[in-house]
Design a protein around this ligand. Structure first.
Ligand SMILES: *Cc1c(COP(=O)(O)O)cnc(C)c1O
Length: 420
């Protein structure tokens, strides 16, 4: 199951923690929609000698010698990423999704410039201009929202009105907690009307796009996409910036990542990204992506049958936002704790226009990417949703029985070592 022989000998404390995490992942059900399980091949690359190597710069233009293998690895990662998303350019060096976004802002903006992005309580990400981030000291973030929380439709008319008023340099789409497809053509239209660059942060749904189970924003004319590689895309923890066609924009992104913002690229991580992109190009990945959505729909159906309130009324993608306060009279934090005790890991989440506090909001957010990797299908997904309803309704009285069921489901669907 694990390959920690040397760690066991050299550092028993860390060894115990690693084995503990392996066991936790094996025996519980992971429903955090931003998490997944990588293949053994991806893990092996992360443990390779490439972690020793400095490769500041880009293939063919490095600041240190000894790059024959790093160049090969990075070029493979770039070629595969371009093919996967239909991009003309890819930068695979961002260390994470936040890094990709920060570099993208600095590539396109001067201090004081404006970004029009999704309201954070309506699904946007911290890096889309949350006041706690330093980004907001430098750039000006203006919001658009959903018109109707029950359907999830974005208020595009208001968005256009605001765009004309504030003249953003970037029109930013993308989200961490929004269960619907966006109308990409409208975003691109609005961006072009005000001469802004259109950027879609696909961090959560990159795997659905790669597997062609969700629309590709590039098909609608988006200029740039930023992403993580470790969520639905099922690669190592990391980020990436993709440019549809403009060489000028791509050059700006490259300069912003290095030397603008990062130092030496993590070449072991880039090798792991390349491997995960190859996995995602395989036909089996398209089946995986479709199954993620089928499993979400199977869960959605159970919650609907129980009259539970889902934000936007349901889901088109890999995640569901459930108003547990209104549906079950329990707070998001209490729901998270109870379900954790039953072996189901997910997170409390504020819902749009939440009346409760951020640390104990009205909702929970969960999704199917990790459990789909384990081979759970519609029937088992519905069973998981039923277990959740049972726990949320009967609380402490249901936890022990739920835990037994969850453990049995997990153990009968072990985390696979390979996906191809
Ligand atoms: C997860 C996420 C990020 C940040 O990714 P990290 O790798 O955690 O830095 C950025 N944008 C969106 C929309 C995300 O969901």
């Amino acid at each position: 199951m694990h390959f920690y022989g040397h760690i066991q000998e050299e550092d028993p404390e860390i060894y115990d923690a690693l084995v503990g995490e392996d066991k936790r992942e094996a025996e519980g059900l992971e429903l955090i929609p931003s998490e997944n399980y990588v293949s053994r091949a991806v893990k092996e690359a992360m443990a390779s000698s490439l972690t020793n190597k400095y490769a500041e710069g880009y293939p063919g233009k490095r600041y240190y010698g000894g790059q024959e293998f790093t160049d090969k690895v990075e070029m493979l990662a770039i070629e595969r990423a371009k093919k996967l998303f239909g991009a003309a350019y890819a930068n695979v060096q961002p260390l994470g999704g936040a890094n990709a976004n920060i570099a993208m802002y600095f590539a396109l903006l001067q201090p004081g410039d404006t970004v029009l992005g999704m309201d954070l309580s309506h699904g946007g990400h911290l890096t889309h201009g949350h006041p706690v981030t330093y980004l907001t000291k430098i750039f000006n973030f203006v919001r658009y929202k959903m018109k109707d929380i029950e359907t999830g439709e974005i208020d595009y008319d208001d968005m256009r009105r605001v765009a004309k008023e504030v003249k953003p340099k970037i029109v930013l789409a993308g989200f961490s907690a929004y269960p619907r497809e966006l109308d990409y053509a409208k975003f691109v239209d609005i961006a072009r009307e005000v001469d802004a660059v259109s950027v879609m942060d696909i961090a959560h749904i990159a795997g659905l796009i790669a597997g062609k189970a969700a629309k590709n924003p590039f098909d609608f004319g988006f200029d740039v996409m930023t992403t993580t590689t470790h969520k639905t895309l099922r690669g190592p923890r990391g980020g990436m910036i993709l440019t549809r066609e403009s060489e000028e924009l791509a050059k700006k992104m490259d300069k912003a990542i290095f030397p603008g913002f990062q130092g030496g690229p993590h070449m072991h991580q880039i090798a792991a990204k390349a491997i995960s992109f190859r996995e995602a190009l395989h036909p089996s990945f398209a089946k995986y992506a479709k199954q993620i959505i089928a499993n979400t729909h199977a869960m959605e159906k159970v919650f609907k049958e129980h009259g539970a309130r889902m934000i936007t009324g349901g889901s088109d993608n890999h995640l569901i936002l459930l108003d547990v306060w209104k549906s079950f009279g329990i707070s998001g934090a209490d729901a998270e704790t109870l379900l954790d005790r039953a072996g189901i890991t997910l997170n409390k989440n504020a819902i749009a226009d939440d009346t409760r506090k951020p640390m104990d909001p009205s909702g929970i957010r969960f999704g199917t990417p990790a459990m789909t990797t384990r081979g759970l299908r519609e029937a088992e997904s519905a069973e998981v949703a039923k277990i959740m309803v049972e726990v949320l309704t009967k609380r402490d009285d249901a936890v022990a029985a739920a835990h037994t069921k969850v453990r049995a489901l997990a153990l009968s669907h072990p985390i696979p070592e390979s996906f191809i």
